[in-house]
Design a protein around this ligand. Structure first.
Ligand code: SF4
Ligand code: SF4
Length: 470
């Protein structure tokens, strides 16, 4: 397929990305072939899947009142158009948030409203055909569920929730991206998204202890399955393979503050991919986390750097797992701030002299209200901090959210969607880009490379570890 050159973001500098091979230019995710995890042998055949999708939509609308409000309420005022980085980067009219929702809204009108039944297309009604399901698959997987459009919509229409509903339906008729399915399988088999087996978890933790000894001269532990510790830390599994400095920074933080802590060999994943496509999968993940906290008899859970993982903890945990939600869950950011306030940790900001800017992960900032906390930590650990604009709740997504990070086949299109983020970063002149989210930390380096920006991406805990005075 051909993707036209982006015309740039109004008022922003036009950046030119590099060419990518055709294999990375898909306009939709490759579908999963192995659906055994869903308990089905193959996607439903044409004719059956449309009927089943309608049943599922009927069921969702009966249980999920907000969905009906979102489908009933849109004045086409246009306030969301330039809120979406996918539209800004691709100029594809289907990527206007209201048009994306219209893909489901039209079907809802046709099949579930008297006006739609009577007046058809005149009322915006659309049949749920096989072609329509293909459009759903394409455009609901060109949405990062970042909720920026909801922030600008005068009615608060939350396209992310419509996207989640559409993806739930698509999942149940067997239309699931291979990347997301592979992560879900890893999670089921090994308790983490990267499929790291228990033995490797222990070996890597021990390797990191050696690294910390070399870097700091101190014996800083990274305990696994230590019963009776005060804290169970749930990092992101990527901290075992790719972003080791983040987990090492957390280990330094606990060591400096004198807190006993442990990892669990059964689950080292705060990311919860169930949020993107299936609430049952989200609940299973959540329950496993609490089960481990009880088994290890910890007093609290400290969640690591993952935006949507944190959103799930904040917004869904007590509802999904009411029997176990008496165990408090805090974020590593809260933990750093608590130690600072209690005078249990000191930082030397000169250890981080590079100009630093902050990417507000969508699920941290817009969905969970975490905007000032990371800035307070940065104020304590960074030598020079430069805000990017817009920021906080108005920040743009990295274009890797909601599972897109797994979809390498869409690399070119994702780079287009990330153009506005690249422009934001370039405008700051910063050399380090801090992103307290595993997915952002995976997507942003690709984006920096694509647009030729000489910027290093770090976790916030990396800087905590570099600056902690031991
Ligand atoms: S801002 Fe809200 S009401 Fe206006 S077009 Fe977008 S979704 Fe519809
Ligand atoms: S949730 Fe984000 S990616 Fe999806 S339509 Fe809204 S602004 Fe675009």
């Amino acid at each position: 397929m051909t993707i036209s050159e982006p015309k740039g973001i109004r008022g922003g500098e036009i950046l030119r990305g590099k060419d990518l091979p055709a294999a990375q230019s898909a306009d939709r995710p490759h579908p999963a072939r192995d659906l055994s995890l869903l308990g089905v042998a193959a996607p439903l055949p044409a004719g059956v899947r449309e009927v089943q999708a309608l049943k599922l939509l009927h069921d969702l609308k009966s249980r999920f009142r907000a969905l009906i409000v979102y489908l009933d309420t849109c004045t086409k005022c246009g306030a969301c158009i330039e809120a979406c980085h996918w539209y800004l980067g691709t100029n594809d009219p289907y990527n206007v948030p209201a048009a994306r929702v219209d893909l489901m809204r039209g079907v809802y009108k046709k099949h579930f409203t008297p006006g739609g039944r009577l007046f058809g297309r005149l009322a915006g009604a659309r049949e749920l055909t096989g072609d329509m399901l293909e459009l759903w698959y394409k455009y609901f997987y060109q949405c990062n569920e970042c909720r920026r459009c909801a922030y600008f919509c005068p009615f608060g229409i939350d396209t992310a929730e419509v996207t989640i509903a559409a993806r739930q339906i698509l999942t149940q008729i067997g239309m699931v991206p291979a990347g997301i399915m592979s992560v879900a399988k890893n999670m089921r088999q090994s308790g983490n998204n990267m499929g790291i087996p228990e033995k490797a978890i222990r070996n890597i933790a021990s390797f990191m202890e050696g690294e910390l000894k070399q870097k700091t001269g101190k014996d800083i532990p990274i305990p696994v399955d230590r019963e009776g510790a005060e804290v169970l830390h749930i990092p992101s599994s990527s901290e075992f393979y790719v972003t080791l400095d983040t987990l090492e920074g957390t280990a330094i933080m606990f060591y400096a503050a004198g807190t006993s802590w442990t990892l669990s060999s059964r689950i080292i994943e705060t990311a919860n991919f169930g949020l993107f496509f299936d609430h049952a999968a989200m609940k299973a993940h959540n329950n496993l986390l609490f089960e481990e906290a009880r088994r290890l008899r910890v007093k609290r859970i400290v969640a690591g750097e993952c935006g949507h993982g944190w959103r799930t903890w904040r917004m869904f945990s007590s509802r999904l797992s009411p029997a176990t939600s008496d165990i408090p869950v805090v974020h590593t950011i809260d933990e750093s701030l608590k130690y600072l306030e209690q005078g249990r940790i000191r930082f030397d900001r000169s250890a981080n002299p590079q100009p630093v800017t902050l990417h507000d992960p969508c699920n941290m900032a817009r969905a969970a209200g975490y905007v000032e906390q990371p800035r307070r930590v940065l104020g304590a650990v960074a030598g020079q901090f430069i805000e990017m604009y817009p920021n906080r709740e108005k920040n743009f997504c990295c274009a890797g959210g909601s599972g897109q990070v797994t979809m390498d086949e869409m690399a070119l299109l994702k780079a287009r969607a990330g153009l506005v983020k690249a422009q934001q970063v370039k405008a700051t002149g910063a050399r380090w880009l801090v992103a307290p989210c595993a997915i952002c930390k995976a997507e942003l380096p690709r984006l920096m490379e694509h647009y030729g920006l000489d910027v290093e991406v770090h976790g916030l805990q990396d800087l905590v570890g570099y600056a902690a005075v031991l």
